[in-house]
Each structure stands twice: as structure tokens, then as C-alpha cells.
Ligand binder design. Structure first.
Ligand code: MN
Length: 390
């Protein structure tokens, strides 16, 4: 039996306002071909199907077209869970309907038993716990708690949830746990939002139950395995780079093989082709224009980081055009000009309370004058409002 682990599709994502739907379409075509070619029996998608909780009609259509083709053109079962980017309720809304197509979607986690599925359902060989992202807002609010205590409670809650899932499974069958969460030791890139709730929440590899065979995670966008566990804990990563700085490593899906004796092993890390190359070009005006006119840019997305001595009107357009003439599409031009009026930087160790930082900022920008009482009061009210908003 072949099982394929993927996550973090982020369908509908835009990079500097540029739609990525064409890349997602190519990825899903590739995924379907891979499922057919490798005769995959079970596809696991561990959260962040969409990039936003209310995806566009086009993004939604692409997703359902893919699901329909999975049903129509393959024999695979599919398990999909919600990530922090998804709307758990929206994803789950067509649940009963999708089940007719052997597609199981879990968005909300009210009960561990509802997350546990046997595959194949009529002659179980493996158990899967389809655990979606557990949002902090699902935790009961306790006003007397410190942030650290709340983080601990979140972690405990996850631990218990996974243990309860495993308790619902027959002991003799191999077990796969899905999840959309941060495990300590994972390598973070900068495109994961809300990676750690409150800044410190993380599961530890040892928090997962003992009697498990594989943990199929989503949330981190770089494919990776977490060290120091008795069984593999893996993030498959996102199929396309979501930022310009996510291009120094390859994207992948994991193919697992469940043998007849019930052993589950990694069969192959299958590299995903690069559908669109993302490039960053840095330098001064002359060097960037020279690169634009001599490089190979056909079909590439480009981010330009331009260093100028003084601001120059129209330079961005000139750069965009130069790349455009050789088939490249510039998605962003960041211009860096030496800032004469900038105040001295505030050392990190001096950044205490927001009010303190504000005072330092004011002094730095207004000839050493601290903000007056009204301004200080207004700022405090603002901080209060922000910290109380959900
Ligand atoms: Mn994600």
C-alpha cells in the first residue's frame, strides 16, 4: 500500500499581488500524474489547503476540479485537514458529499473519535488520525493565566488529543497521525503565519504517543524531518515557494510504503518540479540594468533590490521594462536609499515596554524631546485596544 504525504498547498496565494493559480494548477496536474504513476492508495494533505479563509471562486474551483479528478481518474482515498490559513468550517462544509468520492475532510476537532479513520475502510490495514490545526481560540479563556501557562495548557491539550486518538485505534494496526503545528527543532522560513501561538508554543517530539508509525505534519514550508523520535516526524513543506527567499531548497512530497507485514517505511522523497523560477537581483542601477539586458529571464518572476545614492524618478519602470523585454516579470522593486533623517537605531536590549519604545522613537525623531502627556496617553490607549482585540 502506497501513501503520499503533502501539505501547505496555499491555493490562491498571491506573491506581490501576482496570482499563483497557474503554478498551483501545474502542481495539481503533476500530483495527479504522480498518484497514478506510483499507484498511490492514500493521499494525506496536512492543512493549509487554501491561503486564506475565504478563497476566491477560481481557487475554490481549482481545488474541487482536482478532487473530482482524484475521484474519477484514480483509486486513491484522500484525507484532508484544515490548517491555520483555512476556514475549518468552510473546508468541512461539503464533508458528506466528498465522502462519496472517498475524500475525508476534517476541519474541526470536537472529538478525537471523529478524526480517526481506517484505510481501506472495508478491510483496514492502517489507521489515520486526521487532526487539523487546533486554534488557540478553541482554548477556554482563563483570565488569571500567564502567557507561559496558557502555552503549556495548549501543549497539554494537543498531547491529550493525540493520545485519545491513538486510544481509539486497534492496537495491532500501524498508525499515522496528521497535524498542523509547530514541533520544536523545526526549521522556520518567513512565510508561515502564526507559527507559534503567543511566541513560545511548540510541541516537543516526545509529546506524541509512543505507539505510532509516522507523523505527517504541515505548517512549516521546508520539507524536513524532526530529529530525536522513535518514529519519523516529517513536514512535507509547501509545493511551491511562497516567498522569494524560499528558493534555496527543493520542494517535495513523501511517498510511504506499507508492506504486507505492517511495516511503514519511507519509500521516496519525490522532488516537485519547479513550475516558475523565482529570482532575486541585487545591486546598483547600472549592475541591475546590465544583468537585466544580458541574463536569461524568460518565464521567471523577479524581485529587484536596488541600491541608490539619491532617489530617482522612473527607475522602477525602467528596470521592469528591461526585464520584460527579455521575458521576465518583475514582481517587486525595493529601493534602498541612505536615509539622512533616520534617527539612531534602538538596541534590542532597550526595547522594553511598547510605551518605552515609543518614547525612544519620539526622542530619536524630535530632537530628543519625549512625547507629551496627551500623546503618551493616546498611545497607551492604542496599545490597550490592540492587546484586547481578539
Ligand atoms: Mn502553511
Amino acid at each position: 500500500m502506497k501513501i503520499l504525504h503533502t501539505a501547505d498547498w496555499h491555493i490562491g496565494q498571491r506573491l506581490h499581488e501576482r496570482s499563483r493559480l497557474d503554478e498551483h494548477e501545474q502542481f495539481l496536474d503533476w500530483l495527479l500524474e504522480t498518484i497514478q504513476a506510483r499507484k498511490v492508495d492514500l493521499l494525506l494533505v496536512s492543512g493549509d489547503i487554501f491561503d486564506t479563509s475565504l478563497p476566491s471562486a477560481e481557487a475554490t474551483n481549482l481545488y474541487y476540479q482536482f478532487l473530482y479528478r482524484l475521484f474519477d481518474e484514480t483509486d486513491a482515498y484522500t484525507v484532508i485537514t484544515a490548517g491555520n490559513h483555512d476556514s475549518a468550517r468552510h473546508l468541512e462544509a461539503p464533508r458528506e458529499f466528498l465522502e462519496m468520492g472517498k475524500i475525508y475532510v476534517v476541519g474541526l476537532t470536537d472529538e478525537p473519535a471523529k478524526c480517526v479513520f481506517p484505510f481501506p475502510p472495508d478491510d483496514p490495514r492502517v489507521m489515520v488520525a486526521a487532526v487539523p490545526y487546533l486554534s488557540e481560540s478553541d482554548l477556554r479563556h482563563l483570565s488569571y493565566e500567564t502567557e507561559a501557562e496558557r502555552n503549556e495548557r495548549y501543549r497539554d491539550w494537543l498531547k491529550t488529543f493525540y493520545a485519545d486518538c491513538v486510544a481509539c485505534m486497534p492496537v495491532e494496526l500501524p498508525k499515522i497521525l496528521m497535524g498542523h503545528l509547530f514541533v520544536q527543532g523545526g526549521k522556520v522560513t518567513d512565510s508561515e503565519r502564526n507559527i507559534q501561538i503567543g511566541g513560545a508554543t511548540a510541541m516537543h517530539a516526545s509529546d506524541f504517543p509512543d505507539d505510532v508509525d509516522y507523523i505527517a505534519l504541515g505548517h512549516l514550508h521546508r520539507p524536513q524531518a524532526i530529529k530525536s523520535a522513535a518514529y519519523p516526524i516529517r513536514y512535507s513543506g509547501s509545493p511551491i515557494p511562497l516567498r522569494f527567499n524560499e528558493t534555496d531548497y527543493r520542494k517535495a512530497v513523501y511517498l510511504l510504503e506499507l508492506s504486507d507485514d505492517g511495516t511503514l517505511a519511507l519509500d521516496e522523497e519525490i522532488e516537485i518540479p519547479v513550475f516558475k523560477e523565482l529570482c532575486t537581483v541585487e545591486g546598483d542601477e547600472d549592475s541591475i540594468l546590465r544583468e537585466a539586458r544580458t541574463g536569461t529571464w524568460e518565464g521567471k518572476y523577479i524581485q529587484v533590490k536596488l541600491k541608490l545614492d539619491t532617489p530617482k524618478v522612473g527607475i522602477s519602470d525602467e528596470i521592469r521594462q528591461a526585464f520584460d523585454e527579455r521575458g521576465g516579470e518583475v514582481l517587486s522593486v525595493e529601493v534602498e536609499v541612505p536615509e539622512a533623517t533616520q534617527g539612531p537605531p534602538i538596541p534590542v536590549e532597550e526595547m522594553e515596554r511598547p510605551e518605552k519604545i515609543f518614547e525612544q522613537f519620539h526622542k530619536a525623531n524630535f530632537d530628543g524631546e519625549p512625547p507629551d502627556a496627551t500623546l503618551t496617553q493616546t498611545f497607551s490607549e492604542l496599545v490597550q485596544m490592540v492587546s484586547e482585540s481578539p
